[in-house]
Structure formats: structure tokens, C-alpha cells
Write a protein that binds this ligand. Structure first.
Ligand code: ADP
Length: 355
């Protein structure tokens, strides 16, 4: 029998506002798959695409139908669906998913113009990241797994200040104004997508420090949908129970304000979910193994893999708190999902060959 081995591309959607940690998350994800993602070689230096052995990450800004000038003329923001070409996004994601290469446009973030397109080959794992991966129903239906990074306004503000004020020299007022200006379209077009996500990472100010307004210590919630094929949520202690856990003590060094975990079943937009929460930050990353050993269903390949990944990228933002921990865990769950999907396909082919 001749068994044709058509490659299967799985498609992951990652939605978030800009400056909310998507690229950091992508670096953690590609690292779990065992390789760093780099821009396409020899192509446009302003390409937004990242490619590794297994994974291609495309930025959905490339599907802007209006460039910066066009948006200004029409008075629409980049968040507005009218500034984006969902027909082309759908056609190209569909083509890649079925194994066909595409000529994808490039939105040049430096000039604000659309550059000549680049050739994208179908990868094993295609990640579409940006403002609208779950906005269009046709595109949404192509996703094998979807993630929404939900950064609360307080935290978004703190991160923007750090980046735009410290690194880009913007004023506090202008940062405040730009967040305010984006808010109506953000609320109308971006935020509602979280109801479709299989996993949501919510980032909130800590509850361990009364009236904290620094936004340095974070309370992070990993909301995992139940009943998603090839995805079984991580749990603490006993699946489906409600647990509050303070790991600080003999086995975990904590300084003020400490660390608190929480795990419980809940509902989210009428879906049954499991929520794992971590408030606070780690003092010593190597002791993370203690926390890891109390979590189940992590989809690790060996004991301590989460800790190893976190240590490997200790310099990435969020490595000492729930953002880094949960991004790493979601990366492992995506690897697991991918491997199950592939195994299932191979089985189906073997069955078909027998028949
Ligand atoms: P995006 O790709 O969504 O624009 P990045 O991953 O480049 O976001 O992150 C943008 C900035 O936000 C970083 O330079 C950093 O200052 C801040 N940031 C991102 N993730 C975190 C985190 N987990 N903890 C603290 N700061 C973060």
C-alpha cells in the first residue's frame, strides 16, 4: 500500500492588544518546541514573520487593508475591522492549513505602508498573532487552539510606561491619552474575542498588597476551557476541587508579599472552565520545581521541564511570576495538542490503509 504523508498544519490563534507580551509568549512557545524563531532569511528586513523548524508566527497586522495614511484619512484605528482584510486573512490561513504556500502582504511598522508580499510555506504549526485572530468567524473556525492575553488596564498602563516612557521617551500624559484613545475600539472589537478562547491568561494587580498601584507584583489567572479536544486543563492537588495554597515555607523561599495559588472550577462566558491562579512572585526560580511537582496534567516530557524552561529564559519579562509560568504551561499544552493531533492522523491513515 502506498501511504501518502500529507503534512498537517495546525493553526493557533493568539490575541492581545499590542504591547501585551505576545512576542515574549511566542519566544517561550517556540522554545518549548525546541528552537528559536527568527525572521525569514534574505527577505524584507521589516518582515513581521518569525520562523523556526516547526513553527511559523505571522503577525495579523500584515492584513491591514488601510495603511497608516489611509486610516488617518478615514478616521479609523488599526483595531477597527474596516482597517483589516478578513477575506484575505481567511483565504491565506485556509490555504496554509491545507498545505499551500501563500504570498502574504507585509505591513511595515516603520513606514506604516504595505510592502511587497513575502512567500510563506505551510509549517507544522502556524501561529497567527495579533489583534483579531478570533474576530472573523471563518478564521476562527480554522483555529485548532486559541489563546487570549487579557491584560487589565492597570497593568497595561504600567507596562506601557516602562516601554514607552523609559525606552522611547514618551510622556506620561501621551501614554495615558493613547491608551484612552484606543479604548472604545478595543472594547468593541478586541476584548469580545476572549469568549472564544480555549485558554485565557488574565493579568491583574496583586491582591497581596492592599491598594497596590505599582503594577509590579501581579495576580495571574489561567482560565482553561473544559471539553476542548486534545486539551486537558492543568490542575492543583485534585481535579475539579477548590484549593487555596500558600507554597511559601520550608520548601519555597518567599519575601514580601509572598505567593498564593488558587485553583477552582468556574464558568466563563457560559463555558465550564478550570482556573489556576498565582498571585505574587518567585524569589528563587530553581525552587519552582517545588510548585511544579504539585501541579498535574502539565504535559511535560520529563520531571522538571517547566522549571527548566523558566530557568532557561529567566531574562524574559514575567519569568518570576504567573505570566511566565502560565505562558510556559500553555506552550507545553500546545505541544501536547499538536502531538495528539498528528498521532491521530497517522492512526486514521493506518486504519484507512488496512481497509
Ligand atoms: P507585544 O509583542 O504584544 O507587543 P512584548 O512581548 O514585546 O509585547 O512586550 C512588550 C513590553 O511589555 C515588554 O518590553 C515589557 O516591557 C512588557 N512586558 C511584556 N510581558 C511582560 C510580563 N510578563 N511582565 C512584565 N512586563 C512585561
Amino acid at each position: 500500500t502506498l501511504i501518502t504523508c500529507s503534512q498537517q498544519t495546525i493553526v493557533i490563534g493568539l490575541a492581545a492588544d499590542s504591547g501585551c507580551g505576545k512576542s515574549t509568549f511566542m519566544r517561550r512557545l517556540t522554545s518549548v518546541f525546541g528552537g528559536a524563531a527568527v525572521p525569514p532569511r534574505g527577505g524584507n528586513p521589516d518582515s513581521n514573520t518569525l520562523i523556526s523548524d516547526t513553527t511559523t508566527v505571522i503577525c495579523l497586522d500584515d492584513y491591514h487593508s488601510l495603511d497608516r495614511t489611509g486610516r488617518k484619512e478615514k478616521g479609523v484605528t488599526a483595531l477597527d475591522p474596516r482597517a483589516n482584510d478578513f477575506d484575505l486573512m481567511y483565504e491565506q490561513v485556509k490555504a496554509l492549513k491545507s498545505g499551500v504556500a501563500v504570498q502574504k502582504p507585509i505591513y511595515n511598522h516603520v513606514t506604516g505602508l504595505l510592502d511587497a508580499p513575502e512567500l510563506i510555506q505551510p509549517p507544522k504549526i502556524l501561529v497567527i498573532e495579533g489583534l483579531h485572530p478570533m474576530f472573523d468567524e471563518r478564521v476562527r473556525d480554522l483555529l485548532d487552539f486559541s489563546i487570549y492575553l487579557d491584560i487589565s488596564n492597570e497593568v497595561k498602563f504600567a507596562w506601557k510606561i516602562q516601554r514607552d516612557m523609559a525606552e522611547r521617551g514618551h510622556s506620561l500624559e501621551s501614554i495615558k491619552a493613547s491608551i484612552e484613545a484606543r479604548k472604545p475600539d478595543f472594547d468593541a472589537f478586541i476584548d469580545p474575542q476572549k469568549q472564544y478562547a480555549d485558554a485565557v491568561i488574565e493579568v491583574l494587580p496583586t491582591q497581596l498588597i492592599p491598594d497596590d498601584n505599582e503594577g509590579k507584583v501581579l495576580r495571574v489567572r489561567l482560565i482553561m476551557k473544559e471539553g476542548v479536544k486534545y486539551f486537558s486543563p492543568v490542575y492543583l492537588f485534585d481535579e475539579g476541587s477548590t484549593i487555596s495554597w500558600i507554597p511559601c515555607g520550608r520548601k519555597l523561599t518567599c519575601s514580601y508579599p509572598g505567593i498564593k495559588f488558587n485553583y477552582e472550577p468556574d464558568s466563563y462566558f457560559d463555558h465550564e472552565v478550570s482556573v489556576l491562579e498565582m498571585d505574587g512572585q518567585f524569589d528563587r526560580l530553581d525552587e519552582l520545581i517545588y510548585v511544579e511537582s504539585h501541579l498535574s496534567n502539565l504535559s511535560t516530557k520529563f520531571y522538571g521541564e517547566v522549571t527548566q524552561q523558566m530557568l532557561k529564559h529567566a531574562d524574559f519579562p514575567g519569568s518570576n511570576n504567573g505570566t511566565g509560568l502560565f505562558q510556559t504551561i500553555v506552550g507545553l499544552k500546545i505541544r501536547d495538542l499538536y502531538e495528539q493531533l498528528i498521532a491521530n492522523k497517522a492512526n486514521a491513515r493506518a486504519e484507512a490503509a488496512k481497509a
